[in-house]
Each structure stands twice: as structure tokens, then as C-alpha cells.
Design a protein around this ligand. Structure first.
Ligand SMILES: Nc1ncnc2c1ncn2[C@@H]1O[C@H](COP(=O)(O)OP(=O)(O)OP(=O)(O)O)[C@@H](O)[C@H]1O
Ligand SMILES: CC(=O)N[C@H]1[C@@H]2OC[C@@H](O2)[C@@H](O)[C@@H]1O[C@H](C)C(=O)O
Length: 373
């Protein structure tokens, strides 16, 4: 039987934007990690619609959530098969898969003082389909230890992007946006800034039929509406001190329509410009207030491809150089999936994955559960 290489891991991420699955095959045997392969697959429209629907209370949720977890595991398995095929690596050589799952509820510390975070998945099915051990449910242990359960990527960001003697900021703009502050002294802070692409995607789909505003071209044709922007920026989460995390539980179409209710006669294109400005402002405010005067802001996640958003982010952060993480050696669309390969490796090696300084947990913990091949 083929011996698994102790250094090969697969990371799978399907995030809050619900656009699809990103998978990477990573080799950790060198001093610097090497991405051997990257595959993306959109979610099938019916699965996407069901996962989106499961973000809000509805009928027969347990049954529907279980079936959605199965369907997601099959989508994950097909990304794994493509990764293996295109890289020529046999399944038996991969030590483990880190599979994030699909967040449908994120309510840490609410209700009973512990709260919960829920990522739909079926790691058993994924292990069965691929023949590779799977690590899953990364967030729950941090929540059980009193933490936010998110963001988890800052520890990985430190390893890949941290520089001695210089503070580096890493901003992920997915459905939600989150910032890592990699201090010159080795310290790490991190938190969710607020909305990322989720509200922009929703508005774009509603008014243009397109899943997202490619390059921000539509937003660039509109005018930012100062009154609406002021209403949106009143959201208390944006001023809440860290540790903090959020999700579609807060930033969802209802949140947006509540804000829009006070503003009539406005053009959809101007709302798109304003939502783009909201995301840029939430990220810029975070980088300025918590960024320790860093001069470098590296952006990952799909938002890094939104030219208009990047333009506005740069304009709102004078003195800071804004660029995609590609400039620091890891392409923007590979960062999160690679982080879950790294988190799986931490778990397999019995090492901790969370940072108390980020999530506010009582301590560092080994995250997730391992499902053998
Ligand atoms: N060319 C592009 N122009 C504008 N926006 C883009 C482009 N490509 C991707 N995006 C945006 O990026 C989103 C996907 O980003 P990403 O894959 O980082 O999200 P995610 O994995 O759901 O993230 P997270 O877990 O951090 O919320 C899309 O929904 C879209 O809004
Ligand atoms: C609960 C949850 O799924 N949170 C995601 C989400 O997407 C972005 C932001 O909100 C971040 O907090 C987190 O994802 C990244 C991968 C993280 O844990 O670092």
C-alpha cells in the first residue's frame, strides 16, 4: 500500500459568498509551503440556492441540512479528484484533507453563553469518496473555549506573510471581510471587518442577473449616495472592538432592505456604488484603527479581483500600499483554501490552530475532528 507523504495536504474552502469551492494541494516539506495544484468549481445552482436558504430559518431544516451536507461533500470530492488528476498525485499520497464546510449559522456566545457555529458538511462521505482522511469542524472547539470561532486564518497568514521588523496587514475579502494584523514584533491580531462581497453580490444578482459585479464595472458607473452610506455605516458591529466575527446572520438582504427603507427614489447602480464604498470603508476603517501604522495591506479573496473596490480601498487608506497577496507570493484566490490545508496539518500533528489573541478563546486548542480514510 502507498504510504501517505507526511507533507501533502489538500485544503477545501467554500465561503460565505457561496460562489463555489476552492481546493488546493499543498506540499509543506520545504521551508516555504508550495501550492502544487489549485482547482475551483462553482456550486450547482440548486445546491447554492439551498445553502443560501438554509442561512435563514425554514421548514424541515434538519433533513435539508443533512442532504445539503451530502451534496457539498460530493462537490468537494469532485474538486479533490480533479486536483489529484491534474497534479498526478495518487490519493494515497495525501496525508489529509482540511474541509471547511459551509457556514449557515454563526452565533458564538449567544443564547446560552457558549453559542454555536455551524458548517454543513459530511466529512465521513468525503473520506469515503476520496479514500483520504478528512479534518473538519474547525471552528466549534474555539467556540467551546469561549472564542469567536473565527477568523482562523490569521495564524496561517503569520506563517506565510509575516515579516520580522515590519507590520503587515492581510485583508481577506470574501462574502465577509476579515483583517489580520501581523505585528513587527511577532504579535497577531485579527477580526472580521464587516461586509465583503455578499451584499454587493446580492444586489448585483437582483438588478442585473449577474452573480457578481465583475471588476466592479457596474459600481464604477454609479455615484456613492452619502446619506445611504451614512445609514449603512451606523451598524454597531463596525465600531465594536475585537474579538469579533460576523456572517450572513447579520449582513444579509433583510439588513440591507431595512437600511434602504429610509431612502426612496434611488437608482440601483448608485446603491451598488454605495455598497462597494461600504465594504471599502469597513476594511479601511479596520486597517487604519488597528493596523499599527503598517504600510502594507495585502488583499486576498475574490474581492481582490474587484478593481473598483481595490481602487476605493487604496483611496481610503492613504500612506498604505494596497495590493493583492500575489505580490507577496501567494495568489489571492488560493490563500483561504491553503489555510485550511495548514489547519488540517496542525490538527493531524496535534498542534493548535486558533490564536487566543484573535478569537478571544480561553487558550490555544487543537481544532476539529479527524475522519480516517
Ligand atoms: N473578477 C471579479 N470581479 C469582482 N468580484 C469578483 C471577481 N472574482 C470574484 N469576485 C468576488 O469574489 C467572491 C468570491 O470570493 P471568495 O471565493 O474569496 O469568497 P468566499 O470563499 O466565499 O470567502 P469567505 O469565506 O472569506 O467569505 C465572488 O462572490 C465575487 O463577489
Ligand atoms: C464563521 C465563518 O465561516 N466565518 C468566515 C467568514 O468568511 C470571512 C470571515 O467570515 C471569516 O471570519 C471566516 O472565514 C475565514 C476563512 C477565517 O476563519 O479566517
Amino acid at each position: 500500500m502507498l504510504q501517505a507523504m507526511p507533507s501533502l495536504y489538500i485544503g477545501l474552502m467554500s465561503g460565505t459568498s457561496l460562489d463555489g469551492v476552492d481546493g488546493v494541494l499543498v506540499d509543506f516539506s520545504q521551508e516555504k509551503m508550495v501550492v502544487i495544484g489549485h482547482e475551483s468549481a462553482p456550486l450547482a445552482p440548486d445546491l447554492r440556492a439551498e445553502l443560501l436558504a438554509l442561512n435563514t430559518p425554514g421548514p424541515n431544516e434538519l433533513h435539508r441540512a443533512a442532504l445539503a451536507g451530502n451534496a457539498l461533500a460530493r462537490a468537494y470530492a469532485s474538486v479533490v479528484q480533479r486536483l489529484l488528476k491534474h497534479s498526478g498525485v495518487p490519493a494515497g499520497a495525501v496525508r489529509a484533507i482540511g474541509a471547511h464546510g459551509q457556514t449557515v449559522r454563526h452565533r458564538p456566545q449567544e443564547f446560552d453563553g457558549t453559542g454555536y457555529t455551524l458548517q454543513l458538511n459530511n466529512p465521513s462521505l468525503l473520506a469515503e469518496c476520496t479514500g483520504i482522511p478528512v479534518v473538519a469542524d474547525f471552528r466549534s472547539r474555539d467556540v467551546a473555549a469561549g472564542g469567536q470561532g473565527a477568523p482562523l486564518v490569521p495564524a496561517f497568514h503569520r506563517g506565510v506573510f509575516g515579516r520580522t521588523g515590519e507590520t503587515v496587514l492581510v485583508l481577506n475579502i470574501g462574502g465577509i471581510s476579515n483583517l489580520s494584523v501581523l505585528g513587527a514584533d511577532g504579535s497577531v491580531a485579527g477580526f472580521d471587518c464587516g461586509p465583503g462581497n455578499a451584499l454587493m453580490d446580492h444586489w448585483c444578482q437582483l438588478h442585473t442577473g449577474q452573480a457578481f459585479d465583475k471588476n466592479g464595472d457596474w459600481a464604477a458607473q454609479g455615484q456613492v449616495l452619502p446619506d445611504l452610506l451614512a445609514t449603512l455605516l451606523q451598524e454597531p458591529f463596525l465600531r465594536q472592538p475585537p474579538p469579533k466575527s460576523t456572517g450572513r446572520d447579520l449582513f444579509n438582504p433583510t439588513w440591507l432592505s431595512d437600511a434602504l427603507a429610509a431612502h426612496s427614489g434611488i437608482r440601483p447602480v448608485d446603491v451598488q456604488a454605495t455598497l462597494t464604498e461600504l465594504t471599502a470603508s469597513a476594511c479601511a476603517m479596520s486597517a487604519i484603527s488597528h493596523g499599527k501604522n503598517s504600510k502594507t495591506l495585502a488583499v486576498c479573496g475574490g474581492g481582490a479581483l474587484n478593481t473598483q473596490l481595490m481602487r476605493r480601498l487604496q483611496a481610503l487608506t492613504p500612506g498604505i500600499s494596497v495590493a493583492p497577496t500575489d505580490t507577496l507570493g501567494l495568489p489571492a484566490l488560493q490563500v483561504e483554501a491553503a489555510a485550511f490545508a495548514w489547519l488540517a496539518r496542525q490538527t493531524v500533528q496535534g498542534q493548535t490552530g486558533n490564536l487566543q489573541s484573535v478569537t478571544g478563546a480561553r487558550g490555544a486548542r487543537v481544532l476539529g475532528a479527524v475522519y480516517p480514510a
